[in-house]
Design a protein around this ligand. Structure first.
Ligand SMILES: [Zn+2]
Length: 237
C-alpha cells in the first residue's frame, strides 16, 4: 500500500510509485514481467514516460526472460518430474488406482506420490496437486499468522489463500484480512514467514514507511535477503 498509479506507456502497463528517493528506478518483476517505476515526487510524468521509452528494449528483454522461465517450468504430472514443496525438490511418482479420487502423499527420500484414476487428465492432476499445495500452505501458514499477530501485538487477522500473478501476498488492514499466494507452498518456509510478517506489519503501518521498516528490521533482521531470494526464483518453480 503506497502511493501508486497506473500509466500506459508505449503499450506497456506501468505501475508508478512516488516516493522520496533520489533517482528514478525502473524494475521488471516476475512472473508476468510487471513494470514498476519508482520516482521522486519532483520528476514530471513526461520525464517518466521518456525514461521508460528509452529503456523499452531492456524491459522487453526482461519480460521475454520471465516468459521463458514460465515455459520451462510447465508440469505434466508424470513420474520423474521434480515438484517443489517449501523449497525442497521432490521427485513425483504417479501411480494409477481403481478408486475415483486422488491421493497425494509426501514420502521419505524426497518423493511425492500421486495415486490417480487411470483416466485422469493432466488438467485434473494439476487441480489435485494444486489442492494439495493449498492444504500444505494452510497447515504451515496458520501457526505463523498466530505467531506474528502475537509478536506484533495486532489482532489475529482473517486470512486466505489465492492464486496471484504478481504478488506474494496482499492485505486489507481495515478489514483485518490478509491473502497469501498459493505458490508460496513451493518456496522456502523463510519466504512464507517473511510474506506473512510483511502483510501483518501493514496492520502497524499501511505504508512502506519507516515505522513499517522498523517492524521488519526488529522482527526479522535478515528480511531483505529473504525477499531477494524469493524474488530471484521464478514464481512457479
Ligand atoms: Zn507491502
Amino acid at each position: 500500500m503506497t502511493n501508486t498509479e497506473n500509466l500506459e506507456i508505449a503499450g506497456l502497463s506501468v505501475e508508478l510509485v512516488r516516493k522520496p528517493i533520489k533517482n528514478l528506478h525502473i524494475g521488471v518483476y516476475p512472473p508476468s514481467g510487471r513494470v514498476r517505476v519508482a520516482a521522486p515526487p519532483a520528476i514530471s510524468e513526461d520525464a517518466i514516460r521518456i525514461a521508460v521509452v528509452t529503456r523499452l528494449g531492456w524491459i522487453r528483454k526482461k519480460q521475454r526472460e520471465f516468459e521463458g522461465q514460465e515455459r520451462q517450468t510447465e508440469r505434466h504430472f508424470v513420474s520423474g518430474e521434480t515438484h517443489f514443496v517449501f523449497g525442497k525438490p521432490l521427485r513425483l511418482l504417479v501411480e494409477t488406482s481403481s478408486k475415483n479420487r486422488c491421493v497425494i502423499q509426501q514420502g521419505a527420500a524426497g518423493r511425492v506420490t500421486m495415486r490417480v484414476p487411470e483416466t485422469s487428465t493432466t488438467a485434473q492432476k494439476a487441480r489435485w496437486m494444486s489442492a494439495w499445495y493449498r492444504g500444505q500452505l494452510r497447515e504451515h501458514a496458520a501457526p505463523r499468522v498466530v505467531k506474528w499477530s502475537e509478536r506484533l501485538a495486532v489482532p489475529l487477522p482473517r486470512w486466505g489463500i489465492r492464486t496471484m500473478k504478481t504478488k506474494w501476498g496482499s492485505c486489507n488492514p481495515d478489514l483485518g484480512i490478509i491473502w497469501l499466494n498459493l505458490d508460496l507452498a513451493k518456496k522456502p518456509l523463510a519466504a512464507l514467514d517473511y510474506v506473512i510478517l510483511h502483510e501483518m506489519a501493514h496492520f502497524v503501518s499501511p505504508r512502506h514507511d519507516e515505522v513499517f521498516l522498523n517492524v521488519l528490521a526488529r522482527q526479522m533482521p535478515g528480511w531483505r535477503q529473504v525477499r531477494a531470494d524469493l524474488n530471484a526464483l521464478p514464481l512457479s518453480i
